[in-house]
Design a protein around this ligand. Structure first.
Ligand code: F0G
Length: 362
């Protein structure tokens, strides 16, 4: 075929369609962060910054495929529950496809940038007096009653698109190092992305594109106040216990019932990976570390770097490892968290001499 896709669609051989509803998405940078690499103490550290997608998160890779499927099916209404990024992506791709969009958000727990996106792209926004998991329960009910087409990561076509994160960073890393990364570290919420990466690596193996030993260890990071997957991995459980009370500054991953756990847990185990929980302070500190190298991410994304640092300190990650950290969302998604983590503006008089005095510390 003569279709030359870009971004996600460059990998259409691994996708259910040749083309999708596109803005376009994918083709994100694999940043070098030499100071952080040194400080964390690994052989190589690269940051796959998914915040550089059209709506500022990795969710776009899933939506370009998922909304295409919805078009194909001729559904009347698209819907999702969201901690924010999925709703922003669905609103944009739904608008692109000229389809009605409904998003259910946990009231008061979604970062400002994300609500603004859903709002401007014209989604109908329902603020639920409950947490994300409860929003997802409702939207699943709506879908099963035929009221909406579900575009959460329970929708397998979303994960097909998100597989391309793995295809891209494996290619990018190999181009620079002539080897594949030993480990991929990512934030975990509903565990959809973890499941997507696992599927990606399985398919690469099956196609003979990589060897068994080339598969990166899938390493998940959650916030301490919201860590049911970490609990299951560390206790060796096959089932994940639903946490009813969850809290973290990383609102994107404020999730107590990771619905994709059955697809994600085997990925962590079989690749020799692990899972670790980090505190809000560790997350904020990692957000600053990345920002100091010019890479602006939202708190949930910084969890990956915080988790790597912790595992390195614990000796779980070796100093000779090559690591990719996935940063899933852009700094501007959560301007309040960024402003809190960063330096405060200094009020000065409207006068050059006074400004110079101020700078001189007088
Ligand atoms: N990082 C960010 C920035 C996210 O928005 C999410 C999920 C994750 C990580 C976790 O990914 O769920 O595949 O394990 N956000 C969803 C949302 C839940 O509604 O935007 P996951």
């Amino acid at each position: 075929d003569d279709f030359e896709g870009e971004g996600v669609w460059r990998y259409n051989a691994a996708l259910p369609f040749e083309e999708g509803v596109t803005l376009p998405e994918g083709h994100t940078p694999l940043h070098r962060v030499p100071r952080l690499e040194d400080d964390v103490g690994v052989s190589a550290l690269r940051i796959k910054h998914e915040g550089m997608n059209p709506t500022g998160s990795f969710k776009d890779r899933g939506m370009t495929v998922g909304v295409r499927v919805a078009q194909e099916l001729g559904v009347g209404r698209l819907a999702c529950a969201s901690t924010g990024n999925t709703s922003a992506a669905l609103a944009a791709y739904g608008a692109r496809a000229d389809l009605e969009t409904l998003v259910l958000l946990p009231a008061g727990k979604v970062a400002a940038g994300k609500v603004a996106q859903a709002s401007l792209h014209g989604a109908r926004i329902l603020e639920v007096d409950g947490n994300f998991d409860q929003c997802l329960d409702i939207v699943q009910d709506l879908a099963s009653r035929g009221e909406a087409y579900l575009l959460n990561s329970l929708n397998p076509f979303r994960l097909e698109g998100q597989k391309t994160i793995g295809l891209e960073f494996m290619e990018q890393f190999f181009a620079d190092y002539e080897t594949y990364p030993d480990r991929i570290v990512l934030p975990v919420g509903n565990a959809g992305n973890t499941a997507a990466l696992y599927k990606c690596f399985r398919e690469l193996r099956k196609a003979g594109a990589i060897e068994e030993g080339d598969v990166p260890k899938i390493t998940g990071v959650q916030a301490e106040g919201s860590a049911p997957m970490v609990e299951a991995v560390q206790e060796g459980n096959d089932e994940v216990r639903r946490w009813d009370e969850v809290e973290t500054i990383a609102t994107a991953i404020r999730i107590g019932n990771p619905v994709n756990a059955p697809k994600a847990l085997p990925g962590i185990r079989e690749t020799g990976g692990t899972a670790v929980a980090v505190s809000d302070e560790e997350i904020t500190s990692a957000q600053r570390d990345l920002a100091e190298e010019g890479v602006g991410v939202e708190p949930a994304s910084a969890a990956s770097v915080a988790g790597l640092r912790k595992l390195r300190e614990q000796g779980v990650v070796d100093s000779d490892e090559n690591v990719v950290c996935l940063t899933t969302g852009h700094l501007l998604k959560d301007p309040d968290a960024a402003a809190k983590a960063g330096v405060d503006p200094e009020p000065v008089p409207n006068d050059t001499d006074a400004v110079l005095d101020h700078l001189a510390g007088n």
